[in-house]
Design a protein around this ligand. Structure first.
Ligand code: ATP
Length: 207
């Protein structure tokens, strides 16, 4: 007899850089879903936005240092190891083969959820995945009616009233470029990597 797959909360993103909003978000969703783990999945090359400012290896290093002291949160580098554009559908299909033991619940912030129909092979993707939408500070509240209007699969979609701290990676980059402090916006060890590497000092802050 095969055991039921265990739920895992999964957050994909560019993590340029990972910030306290990401960490608060995945731990809150993991707890609410009673999932045994949360995974952060950095994209190598995102499909719907410009190339990340930080190289993949530094984004990965920042993620790994950020989760070191956070039990039950892991970084999965599957998209960094795959050449080309990082499409979520490819990751979903690869995990369905390689990790039959887990049931991934893909997390999106309300801002990202509103664009999910633009994602690569979105029809197939939405035919497969379990989706969790969380609120994003500064954007209108995402509710069940909006989920229906986007035709998110009702039996595999959960809209949660979790609003993580109002942090964005763009704000972090902009503050570093302006020579301002990012204390509290990123874990201390991430701030250390940013300072030591000179990342974002001259980066274009807005995409
Ligand atoms: P950027 O400012 O560069 O666009 P970001 O802060 O949105 O970056 P990403 O790595 O692009 O971070 O986000 C990955 C996912 O995490 C997306 O689904 C996004 O909606 C969600 N997310 C990121 N930060 C928050 C936050 N503070 N609250 C809710 N959702 C968030």
């Amino acid at each position: 007899m095969t055991a039921e797959p265990r739920p895992v909360a999964v957050l994909g993103g560019t993590f340029d850089p990972v910030h306290t909003g990401h960490i608060a978000l995945v731990t809150a969703v993991r707890d609410q879903l009673e999932a045994h783990e949360a995974w952060l999945v950095p994209a190598r090359t995102p499909s719907l936005r410009t190339e990340p400012v930080a190289p993949a290896q530094l984004r990965l290093a920042m993620l790994e240092t950020a989760v070191r002291a956070v039990p039950g949160v892991r970084v999965i580098d599957i998209e960094l190891r795959r050449p080309g554009i990082s499409y979520t559908i490819d990751t979903v299909e690869a995990l369905a083969v390689a990790r039959r033991d887990v049931l991934p619940w893909w997390i999106v912030g309300a801002d990202a959820a509103r664009h999910i129909r633009e994602w690569h092979r979105s029809e197939e993707l939405l035919g497969l995945i379990h989706l969790v939408v969380v609120q994003r500070a500064g954007t209108p509240r995402f509710d069940e009616a909006e989920a229906r209007s986007l035709q998110l699969p009702p039996s595999r979609t959960r809209v949660l009233d979790i609003t993580p701290p109002a942090v964005s990676a763009s704000e972090v980059r902009a503050r570093v470029a302006a020579g301002r402090s990012v204390t509290g916006l990123v874990p201390a060890a991430v701030a250390h990597i940013i300072a030591a590497s000179g990342l974002y000092r001259s980066a274009p802050a807005v995409r």
